[in-house]
Unconditional design. Sequence first.
Length: 581
Amino acid sequence: MLCNAFLSAIILAVASFGAPTSGSSQQLPIVDIGYDVHRASLNASGSYYNFTNIRYAQPPTGNLRFSPPLPPIGINKTVNDGGSVPIMCAQAGPAWEATAFRILGGANASQFSPNPPPLNLSSLPTAMPGEVEDCLFLDVMVPTSIFDKKEVKPGGELSASDKANSIMIDESIAPVMVWIFGGGFVSGSKTHSGNPAGILERAQENNGEGVIFVALNYRLGILGWLSGSTYQQNATSNLGLHDQALALKWIQNNIHLFGGDPGRVTVFGESAGGSSILAQLTAYGGTKSAPFKRAIMQSPAYFPVATNFQQEDTFNDVLSISSLVAARNISTTQELRELSEAQLYEINAAFVNQFPYGDFVLFPTVDGEFNTKLPEELLAHGQFDRSVEVMVGANGNEGAFFFNRFLKNESDFEAQVSLLLPGARKQDVKYITQTLYPPVYDGSFGYKTMAERIALWTSDLTVDCKAILANQAYNNSYSYIFVGPPGYHTQDVAYTFYNNGEEIDNFRVPVNATLAKVMQEYFINFATTGKPNANEKGAPFFQPYGSGTEMQILGLEGIETQVVDPKKIERCDWWQKALFY
């Protein structure tokens, strides 16, 4: 998850990924996808083509705001080079997130307050370049060695010069890796996680067949994740999941045009991206096949939002802020549709800024359609796509990012549990704080201080138990724990996108090149073959999770296998019962 300050810096860095070389644009390949025609750019090293800002849905604006995405309509044969600015969805960051990054980066917590600043509409951040409501686009990046050897045929109604460079590919060869970004469902974009050049290069080392990389946008904040009884009277919840599903369908239908194999698509994503993948696996109660063959879930993170009153309260809070911004009473979804894009941006920024410490508020919800129940319950009942091959990972210290380090005593802890789980009964809150995570600081429960105790609870709730329950459900999965110090949430993203340079993670910690290459090799091997161990001369053997609960420990001191702590499994079994709503 990245705050806007981090995002702005990264966007400036990645804006040139697909910038054309000095050669004539007429020499660059063109792909006709039927309703649109796209010309690639070539990255600086000349190693891959970037087809950027490809529309996969109609603009979700006007009457389509708060509605499921629809496939593009019309035909436009004007050659599109994608533009020079990456398109991203309207987004914002909670005030507490910047505080958490600073504290984990070494700042003294006493300098900060756990409470959001007073709402001030005049001091909200402005939109970044490329940040628009009409944002449902994706990028396709193809190694030149894969793309250029394909059979070339004329395509579309193009000019003579463009037609000579256009292609339609009959042969589907390369595996495809599809990135779904994280950011607490309120921030992020298809380009903010990093440059995929390292992944593309690593996949071709040692005579590897290479991969095609795809990254997609989905709606964020109040434009993508509102829900509740009143809202759903004439609007759809979990819109971000619907966006992802349509993009994945687009990939199935069109990736062969770029040399990709729709039968070998692997989705991978971190945090909100990882939990989105979990939601895609359990979509519609597992009654529909997932539009991908393999999945890598990195730190699948979310707080469970299942209660109707919780969803209704969130919607009413948005309406209240909307009335302030519009300077008139806003009480319905239709009235939200009628507001301008600029007003919706301001409402979203104001609402997200006020999130309670450690909470992102807007998460996938139980809507009776896409999410028939919480993913934990669906996994327990076997209501998921069992045919997908799965790898699941978590970081060693996930809770340190989320937990409210300003809590001082037992009453504070109980209040925090009630805040994040408003549907929990008093006896459930007591069970959580006194039995699952009791005030016993001798290390027998995995902590020696109150801060460590609350961090462990937060880690189990947000990430760790999601990962363990997914592993248990699939049984034949591959699982790992990333412990590159200090093992904070999001720290592994810089390793995933390591690009043979001097990258640093979100906490200003340098990336270890050896560990990064091992992770990338595991991911690429899994995407290519379904097994992380395709290269016998590469990374250490990766044990499957299986009945022995073996997890690969990825650290700077080396790679080893470890069995899951039985106490953690017992705690996760309780969370899977979903007795807290």
